[in-house]
Design a protein around this ligand. Structure first.
Ligand SMILES: Nc1ncnc2c1ncn2[C@@H]1O[C@H](COP(=O)(O)OP(=O)(O)O)[C@@H](O)[C@H]1O
Ligand SMILES: [Mg+2]
Length: 501
């Protein structure tokens, strides 16, 4: 019974404490802290703009937490409740909390808070008095506040970025993130004419996660470059980068349903077309994306003779929707292979299609990973992976339609189509790489990257160079391919395999 009361009492204390902190934050010179839901907004008046700037400069969420740490975590306070001898035995460096040069999440502070918390947990078995409980509650409150700082920081910097980007917006509101593991949120911009834009904001892939306080790593310029290239090619969404530090870089993408300022399409991840969301209506939706491809493909067996596959190829020629699907999937397969992106076409939650009126569906990428720097250069084996229709991507287990386009389709047709794409849709790929490079290079000139710029620029330069080479390599291999060479290569491979047996 005693324990039950204790838990209720503690919970009450933590809630009260958090509430007090929130109330303290809402001082007149500070914009009210926004709850993390669909209700947050700032009116974009000159004064709101002014106050958002003042807030960032004068009292960031991190500084506020530092201030609370200094007020609450003092040796005197703990000694008065727990006793000086015990407190001395804990070996805490209390001065770190009052040190203005240390950030709220400096390792010295985190270590000390963790020791205090552990020691108090131990004492909790013996102490039931209110004085102790209040102190315990305040430590729990300080710990909780620490974790929300990153989300608040991201929110404030995001609002600031979009306020500057759209100074004439009528309203800029933050909404919760839709899923995924990276820390982030969504931003809705409303214009005076009532039109809106939705952006998805998240930390870079080695940045902060939403549920862990592991230290973020330095941003990887490859990731930024890849986002930009995809945007310029039309396969990615409009993308923006802004930051708190070289480790806390945020990536904002325009919602994939965007078609034009006045037109909104419908975007769905491929998972829906594949019928794996179980939401109903998926079959009909799938047909809008791939036309008759699924039906026609299912009429033949996986082991059918080449002639049967060639007939299917021919039958699909007159299906404009199927052709659009085949074309876009093939182009993105080439891009992911040459740019060394992963977790993309083989993850049906990371890409999808935007449909709008009677336009052909547009393939859009929303998430991906860049490969390890050691694996960036394309090699012979990678091209063989393309020929087989797998390699590093496991298309064998993809939806029938994708598996057809990227694997089962007759190889000669797949190679010819890939070469056609490189000579048409992707003819300017190297120019696009260069343009994207220039944009990311310019972004890295911001003062905040001063100490890391050399490393970041080196990485960026080497990735761009590798991408240009990969593009040339892939095209040359496609040009060089012939059924005869393919057969010879396959026979040679079999001989090696047989010898090894
Ligand atoms: N540009 C976008 N357009 C539409 N939906 C998006 C976009 N960006 C993200 N989302 C949605 O938000 C979810 C999480 O975003 P994602 O970039 O995958 O985050 P994480 O890197 O944490 O996995 C996605 O699964 C998707 O539903
Ligand atoms: Mg994701």
């Amino acid at each position: 019974m005693k324990i039950g009361y204790k838990i209720i009492f503690l919970l009450g204390l933590v809630v009260c404490f958090a509430y007090t902190l929130k109330a303290t934050e809402q001082t007149p010179d500070r914009r009210p802290k926004r709850p993390r839901d669909d209700v947050t907004s700032i009116e974009n008046t000159p004064s709101a703009l002014q106050s958002s700037t003042t807030q960032t400069v004068e009292q960031t969420p991190g500084q506020l937490v530092s201030q609370r740490q200094a007020e609450i975590l003092t040796k005197e306070r703990f000694a008065a409740v727990i006793g000086e001898d015990i407190i001395n035995s804990w070996g805490i460096e209390w001065h770190v909390f009052a040190d203005p040069t240390l950030e709220f999440d400096a390792p010295q502070k985190s270590r000390a808070i963790s020791v205090i918390h552990n020691k108090m947990n131990y004492l909790l078995k013996k102490r039931f008095d209110e004085e102790f409980m209040v102190l315990y509650g305040s430590v729990a409150g300080v710990r909780g506040q620490r974790e929300t700082v990153h989300a608040d920081r991201l929110d404030i910097l995001t609002i600031k970025y979009f306020t500057e980007l759209y100074p004439h917006a009528a309203k800029i509101a933050s909404l919760d993130k839709q899923g995924g593991v990276q820390l982030g949120e969504r931003i809705k911009v409303t214009f005076p004419d009532g039109s809106t834009l939705l952006y998805h904001v998240k930390t870079h892939s080695e940045g902060r996660l939403s549920d862990k306080s592991t230290a973020p790593k330095l941003v990887n310029p490859q990731e930024l470059l890849a986002y930009k290239i995809l945007e310029l090619l039309g396969f990615g969404c409009e993308v923006h980068f802004f930051e708190k530090s070289p480790e806390d870089v945020y990536i904002a993408t325009l919602d994939a349903s965007f078609v034009s300022k006045t037109k909104r399409g419908e975007f769905n991840v491929f998972q829906k077309a594949a019928g794996r969301l179980g939401l109903g209506g998926d079959d009909a939706y799938g047909q809008n994306i791939w036309g008759t491809l699924a039906d026609q493909r299912r009429q033949i067996s996986e082991n059918a003779e080449i002639e049967t596959w060639n007939v299917l190829e021919k039958n699909l020629q007159s299906d404009e929707i199927a052709q659009n699907f085949i074309h876009q999937q093939s182009a993105l397969d080439i891009i992911t292979r040459t740019m060394r992106l992963c977790d993309l076409l083989n993850n049906p939650e990371n890409f999808g299609f935007t449909s709008c009126d009677d336009r052909l569906p547009q393939l859009k990428v929303i998430d991906f990973r860049v490969m390890d720097p050691k694996e960036l250069v394309l090699e012979d084996s990678d091209f063989r992976g393309f020929l087989v229709g797998n390699g590093i991507y496991n298309y064998a287990s993809s939806h029938d339609t994708m598996c057809y386009v990227l694997r089962n389709r007759p190889r000669a047709a797949r190679v010819a189509h890939a070469l056609h794409i490189m000579n048409t849709s992707l003819i300017h790929l190297v120019d696009v790489i260069n343009r994207a490079h220039q944009i990311i290079f310019t972004y890295l000139q911001k003062e905040i990257f001063d100490t890391k710029r050399k490393k970041l620029e080196d990485e960026l330069n080497s990735y761009s160079e590798t991408l240009r080479k990969n593009t040339e390599f892939f095209k040359a291999e496609l040009e060089d391919w012939s059924p005869e060479k393919d057969r010879a290569r396959e026979e040679a491979r079999q001989r090696v395999l047989n010898r090894a047996r």
